[in-house]
Design a protein around this ligand. Sequence first.
Ligand code: TXA
Ligand code: MG
Length: 318
Amino acid sequence: MSLIGRNVQKAAELLRRGQLVAIPTETVYGLGANALDNRAVLSIFETKNRPTFDPLIVHADSLESLAPYILNLPWQARSLAEAFWPGPLTLVLPKGPLIADLVTSGLPSVAVRVPNHPLTLELLKVLGFPLAAPSANPFGYISPTTATHVAAQLGKAIPYILDGGECQVGIESTIVSFEGGKPTVLRLGGLPLEAIESVVGEVSTTLHSSSNPQAPGMLKSHYAPRKPLYLGSREQVLAQLAFPDRGGLFFQDSPELDGLSNSLVLSPSGDLREAAHHLFGYLRQLDALPIRSIWAEKLPERDLGRAINDRLFRASVR
Ligand code: TXA
Ligand code: MG
């Protein structure tokens, strides 16, 4: 079993030796390895059972620390980095030669981000090299938002989990690329589209990537619990809950939900941030209940609601 603790020096020592360490971020926990060491990066793919055609995100403590690893920085990328880093935003930029090829699955671009978590920022400063880190879950399963979630699935496979508490944002970063000189959102995430557009104007989105192998994390089926999950309107979900073997996931509280068993409410007051914060933990809780299927209510398509709906949609049976 892996050790769980808050010892940054211990995490740094293991990473310097080419080992894996789970790291906390504001979005979800990552499974980190030295991004300059192809062998260390290979063990990420092996441990997660992740196909090597699905590239990883490189994490550093600042935009300046990333400079040696990228060939250039489009002005929109610089504006977004200055506005939102450290934070839940990943930028896809032209890759320099130092980053291990396996990190980018051979692509000429590299995804980079400065995460907003004090322990991981301290770790990245101590290390002096960037960390490649996908979410610390087996490929395809729900992303972890606590150290305990990481231990439950990958505990046997990794030596150390740096425990930074619950992830504040709770869903993965928003990914933006700049190919063709235009910002394009490849994955909705913890930074709302509205926030991005307030800095660089209107952006386009290219999300469903069975037709877009360049963003395979956007595989159609992803983030899924083991039990089948269905997405519908509040009325449809309520109707299903007449059957005792079904669980429900609702956005906000209302009198019809009183006394319902096997049901969780993402944010009683209807706050999208709180809903995102609870999403993955609640899906895990529902997955562990003695029910046969999970029925989730679709959220409003604005702000973080868009990213939450995207995760629910990818997790669902269609
Ligand atoms: O919030 C997050 O982004 C978390 C934390 C740990 O930072 N990480 C995360 O990593 O969600 P992962 O591996 O689960 O998702 C990374 C996504 C994948 O969808 C991958 O396809 C995309 O980033 N990606 C990585 N490099 C890319 C590139 N060069 N071009 C396009 N997409 C890329
Ligand atoms: Mg992931």
